[in-house]
Ligand binder design. Sequence first.
Ligand SMILES: Cc1cc2nc3c(=O)[nH]c(=O)nc-3n(C[C@H](O)[C@H](O)[C@H](O)COP(=O)(O)OP(=O)(O)OC[C@H]3O[C@@H](n4cnc5c(N)ncnc54)[C@H](O)[C@@H]3O)c2cc1C
Length: 374
Amino acid sequence: MRTRFDVLILGAGIVGSACAMECAEAGLQVGIVEPSVPGGAATAAGMGHLVVMDDSPAQLALSSYSRALWSDLSPSLPDRVEYERCGTIWVAADDEEMEEVRAKHRSYAAAGIVSEVLDSFQLAREEPNLRGGLAGGLLVQDDGVIYPPAAADFFLARARAKGAELLLGRAAVILRTGSVTLDDGSRLMAPQIVVATGTDLRLLPWLPIQGRKGHLLITDRYAGFVRHQLVELGYLKSAHKMTADSVAFNVQPRRTGQLLIGSSRQYGCDDAGVDASILSRMLERAQSYVPGLAGLSSIRVWTGFRAATPDKLPLIGPTEEDGVFLAVGFEGLGITNAPGAARLVADHLLGRPSAIDPAPYLPGRVRSLEPSHA
Ligand SMILES: Cc1cc2nc3c(=O)[nH]c(=O)nc-3n(C[C@H](O)[C@H](O)[C@H](O)COP(=O)(O)OP(=O)(O)OC[C@H]3O[C@@H](n4cnc5c(N)ncnc54)[C@H](O)[C@@H]3O)c2cc1C
């Protein structure tokens, strides 16, 4: 294995793998360091919903840019990535939430994102297994789903096809301008180093990022039971709570016919074990929207940790340490935002102009960010 590269990428989750692909395809000599299974950490725990989020202008810009890049990539994605343009329906329970649906529709339209307001009857026609009496929803046709670890693997394969080298089974333990020391004492050199280590920030412990635990459950196969990714509008409120535990109705149809059921958010919890009380709250919430879920068999439940920044935006770009770049802090949108983040990282490394304004994601803002407390 060579020891000198143009760029070293630390971490082969979906973000590091996408960065490796972008950099290798731009002609850089890339080294990737991964201590464990590529795509095996948060990437394997994630739901794989590719979703445009309008909770802030910067999130809207990055998620819509990234969703467009996923769409560009889609013809080349192998079957195992299970890309499906199933669309999202944001479900409104009552008239107040229908107001939010209309506001969301306007905000998407202003950003060029296609969506359609559904009334109660249209919602029931699209998703007959939803409970009766819901007010309507917003269908965002071009959102989709993927199987995230397979996508990370595909990005890595593309990077390696362009000469990138993957160093597996080693962690970076010391990070300096121009070099990285691995846990076997060996050193790798590169003028540019990208930290994409997800929630593991032992290399940069001063970063104000916290793990936010989530649970997911997958069912047996029930093809056609749900056809779109279904999310309650209240999800946005729950995703924004920075302190209390929360659950929200979020159900995804997989190509296999299985249903992925979420979602929960917990702060200040390092234990990766399944928490029976939050799991039952999450399932009760899901069943309150889709009562028939109660009769389906589940196969597996797991947890994962989202890397949350205090202002809910990722950290992408150069740090004060010369030649050290970040691609971390993606919370619940790292699968969606990986291609856009990787493109921004490559733009920084190569001094290219970016298709979206990179300023809102620059790590320099962390000085003004207070860590959030559980
Ligand atoms: C329950 C749940 C549901 C989610 N649902 C969605 C969703 O529907 N849509 C969406 O867009 N996002 C979703 N997410 C978020 C998404 O999964 C993450 O944002 C994304 O996977 C982060 O990818 P990553 O590459 O930054 O991190 P990771 O996948 O965690 O990868 C980091 C890698 O760095 C490696 N590493 C760690 N330390 C070192 C070191 N010292 N040296 C070298 N390598 C190191 C690790 O081994 C790991 O492989 C969800 C997350 C959770 C937990």
